[in-house]
Design a protein around this ligand. Structure first.
Ligand code: CTP
Ligand code: MG
Length: 240
């Protein structure tokens, strides 16, 4: 049994994808944005948070770019793990397994995508304060603001089949923060279940993650067009 009395917070950044939707030779997380790689921006936000003890970064096996990407200058909290898997879920799970010796079951783990390089410090602090005070943990998310349409294919043309109610719908962001032991067990069990985020795995074991107000600045870079928006955001100091 651990004799530690204060619970610690660790970050886990899955960064083992290829960025197929953005295209190009360089994996998405190593594309330059406002003078740094996307991955360095994502690591920096977590590494400078006083509450975060360690920032584990899951890289593809054989990744040759991390060593030269500037992450070494972000401090000794940063620990690379060369254990990426086929899907994002596999990378997160492999990372959790690889960090086992360095964390306690009750420690909090904040899983954050390298593809969200502009996470505002204030949103991170909000998650740590609110989810850290919760039995289950939680995630950053935003209430859906747009009117939602269900699509239908009519003779090769997309048309609106109906308008879906948006009341009570939230868009999940990262970080998503849960206790190490619970998250590891939940993900171990979620392999073929169509679970796409950590909260989904936690929901599957019957727990209800807390929703913490995210930020429109915490944008996810998926397509080439997203790069310009992120560049302007990061060059301008981000959004609160
Ligand atoms: N990721 C990962 N291991 C994978 C796939 C994704 O660690 N096998 C990471 C990505 O590096 C990214 C995050 O998970 O930081 C979110 O994934 P996504 O935005 O989908 O990135 P990619 O999978 O790289 O992009 P794409 O789906 O367009 O190929
Ligand atoms: Mg992907």
């Amino acid at each position: 049994m651990s004799v530690r009395t204060t619970v610690r917070f660790h970050a886990l950044i899955p960064a083992a994808g290829t960025g197929s939707r953005i295209g190009g030779e360089t994996p998405k997380q190593y594309l330059p944005l406002a003078g740094k790689t996307m991955l360095c921006h994502a690591i920096a936000v977590l590494a400078r948070a006083p509450d975060i003890a360690t920032v584990f970064v899951v890289l593809a096996q054989g990744d040759a770019l991390f060593a030269g990407c500037g992450a070494a200058e972000l401090g000794d909290k940063v620990v690379p793990l060369y254990c990426g898997g086929v899907e994002r879920r596999d990378s997160v799970y492999n990372g959790l397994v690889a960090m086992a010796g360095a964390v306690d079951a009750d420690d909090w783990v904040l899983v954050h995508d390298a593809a969200r390089p502009a996470l505002p410090d204030a949103a991170l602090a909000r998650l740590i304060a609110e989810a850290g005070d919760d039995e289950v943990g939680g995630l950053l998310a935003l209430p859906v603001a747009d009117t939602l349409k269900r699509a239908n294919d009519v003779g090769g043309t997309r048309r609106v089949a109906s308008t879906a109610a948006r009341e009570g719908l939230w868009q999940a962001q990262t970080p998503q923060m849960f206790r190490y032991g619970v998250l590891l067990a939940a993900l171990a069990d979620s392999g073929a279940a169509g679970v796409t985020d950590e909260a989904g795995a936690i929901e599957r074991i019957g727990l209800a993650p807390r929703l913490v107000m995210g930020s429109s600045g915490n944008l996810k870079i998926t397509y080439p067009d997203d790069m310009g928006v992120a560049e302007r955001l990061l060059a301008g100091g981000g959004r609160p």
